[in-house]
Design a protein around this ligand. Structure first.
Ligand code: ATP
Ligand code: MG
Length: 264
């Protein structure tokens, strides 16, 4: 496997996404989030970890402007979120692809909504389809792809709209371990290449520690921020070497200790 992509040393980043005292009670009465306040720094990847059902997807959807908070507010690049916007792109847990449309149309869809001409949007989409390793599948339909390939389509679609903030909800959940590790390297390369702010939900502590600048752990529902950890891992080395590194292993252990209290 190629050396892990080195990330440029960032000066102290300003917050790109700010969540202020956000609570969410769903209409049926389920209280998902309870007064969450957290910042997501520009140009960094922040992971959200927490027990199943604690409200990770809910928080991402509120930041995306897809659902409203019951109270509190979210600012993106200093502006209060009132609905979806082109500076934020969502990679869904369940792909959310249009089954009747080709890979090309799915990937270019955000640009189609913006009114970009067909030839131009297909040129951009082609570039991102290739960058996620799907060259040759432009004319395929979602049902002709594996779960992992569908997730790559979702990722290419999000990259295509050139958003500043990428909201990724378990983007690697449907793939085997080898593919997952390949995706992690791809993601690290992407972060090193493109100055974007990533919010990344995962169930894997190891994955979070491997790819993140910051890790926010959430408590059980109604969830609150439980801890914030910044892994101090020297990147740009062989992936296996990193996974044996004591800083990596210690961070995995610290986060496990903070999450295991939420086991049933
Ligand atoms: N549309 C909805 N209406 C009512 N309740 C909802 C809705 N969506 C989510 N919930 C509830 O809110 C809580 C948080 O759900 P959410 O999907 O945000 O959790 P999650 O942390 O993403 O879980 P997972 O790790 O399993 O993906 C759950 O109890 C869920 O049942
Ligand atoms: Mg979820």
């Amino acid at each position: 496997m190629s050396p892990q992509a080195a990330r440029k040393a960032e000066p102290a980043s300003r917050p790109m996404v700010q969540v202020h005292r956000v609570s969410k009670i769903y209409p049926g009465g389920v209280e998902a989030l309870s007064g969450i306040s957290v910042d997501f720094p520009e140009g960094q990847l922040t992971s959200l970890l927490g027990p199943s059902g604690c409200g990770k997807t809910t928080l991402l959807k509120i930041i995306a402007g897809l659902i409203p908070a019951t109270s509190g507010l979210v600012e993106v690049d200093g502006k209060t979120v009132t609905g979806p916007g082109p500076e934020r792109a969502f990679v869904f847990q369940d792909f959310a692809l249009m089954p009747w449309a080709t890979v090309m149309r799915n990937v270019a869809f955000g640009l189609e909504l913006k009114g970009v001409a067909q030839s131009e949007r297909e040129a951009v989409a082609e570039k991102y389809i290739a960058s996620v390793g799907l060259k040759g599948f432009e004319r395929a339909f979602p049902h002709e792809l594996s779960g992992g390939m569908r997730q790559r389509v979702g990722l290419a679609r999000a990259l295509c709209v050139n958003a500043k903030v990428l909201l990724m909800d378990e983007p690697f959940s449907a793939v085997d371990e080898q593919t997952r590790r390949k995706f992690q390297e791809d993601l690290l390369e992407l972060i090193a290449r493109e100055h974007k702010t990533f919010l990344f939900v995962t169930h894997s502590i190891e994955e979070a520690v491997y790819v993140s600048d910051r890790i926010v752990t959430l408590s059980r529902r109604p969830s609150q921020v439980s801890s914030i950890v910044e892994p101090q891992i020297a990147r740009g080395r062989d992936p296996d070497q990193i996974r044996r590194d004591s800083a990596y292993l210690d961070t995995v252990e610290t986060i496990w200790q903070s999450l295991k209290r939420y086991l049933d």
